[in-house]
Design a protein around this ligand. Structure first.
Ligand code: XBP
Ligand code: MG
Length: 239
């Protein structure tokens, strides 16, 4: 039984973890951008679920044209332009309040703050998407609740590479052994674990059948997740 607090920091993934953003958020924004730019692409829910294998919106569009269409429709500049248009639509979706935090996330954040546990974010998504999600769900000052927000192109290799979590640890100046990551996907899990961070997974419709064998524990929701269980989990695996 671990009573003393080993846990110093909770590092949240964003998409699929803090909020269920992919099906009704990012996917819809991509389709709005394709339509605005008169591109005859449309990603339905099933196809998007396959495309989520690749993290990063720009990288996902390249994956789609190279591996599914098997032809280059958009060059790198056009990919960047399309992604900026998609991000504009995604931010508008967030600002409309259509994408709430998953049940239990706000409570866990407040509990961590009460117990002086540092909060951080480690995500593949574009920084403005993170700040807009936080503001639209937790209020104007929400970003200041997180000591580090590691997001998007700040590192060269996106998840499953460990870069974004290594970047977060460097900025946090904390030992990986005192942190726990919360992820939703096998790519995110691999990224955190390869950075030496113990990780739990909260699944969603898109990721529930993925391989989570490297996770400390897998949860279908945040209902059983609190700072005590997180501390217990890393305490039992403390090295
Ligand atoms: C999920 C991702 C992101 C989003 C799209 O990030 O892979 O790429 O799907 O966002 P995470 P962008 O689970 O690490 O939060 O279009 O801004 O990349
Ligand atoms: Mg995720």
């Amino acid at each position: 039984m671990v009573n003393y607090m080993i846990l110093k920091c909770i590092i949240f993934d964003v998409d699929g973890t803090m909020a269920d953003t992919e099906r009704d958020g990012h996917r819809v924004a991509f389709n709005l951008a394709f339509k605005e730019k008169d591109l005859d692409w449309h990603w339905d829910e099933d196809l998007y679920g396959q495309l989520l294998k690749i993290t990063g919106g720009k990288e996902r569009m390249n994956y789609y044209q190279n591996d599914f269409l098997k032809k280059e429709v958009l060059n790198n500049e056009e990919i960047k332009d399309m992604h900026q248009c998609k991000t504009k639509h995604y931010v508008e979706l967030l600002e409309s309040g259509k994408i709430p935090l998953r049940k239990g996330v706000k409570q866990l954040i407040n509990e961590a703050i009460d117990q002086n546990i540092t909060l951080a974010i480690s995500t593949t998504t574009t920084p403005i998407n993170v700040s807009t999600l936080l503001k639209s769900t937790l209020g104007e000052k929400a970003e200041s609740l997180f000591k580090v927000i590691a997001a998007g192109d700040v590192i060269p290799n996106k998840k499953p590479a460990p870069d974004i979590y290594n970047y977060a640890l460097e900025k946090l100046c904390l030992e990986a052994s005192t942190c726990i990551a919360i992820e939703d996907s096998s790519a995110g899990l691999a990224s955190a674990v390869d950075a030496g961070i113990k990780t739990i997974v909260t699944t969603n419709e898109y990721t529930k059948n993925q391989d989570f064998s490297k996770a400390l524990k897998v949860y279908p929701s945040f209902s059983e997740i609190n700072t005590h269980t997180l501390n217990q989990l890393i305490g039992e695996n403390y090295v």
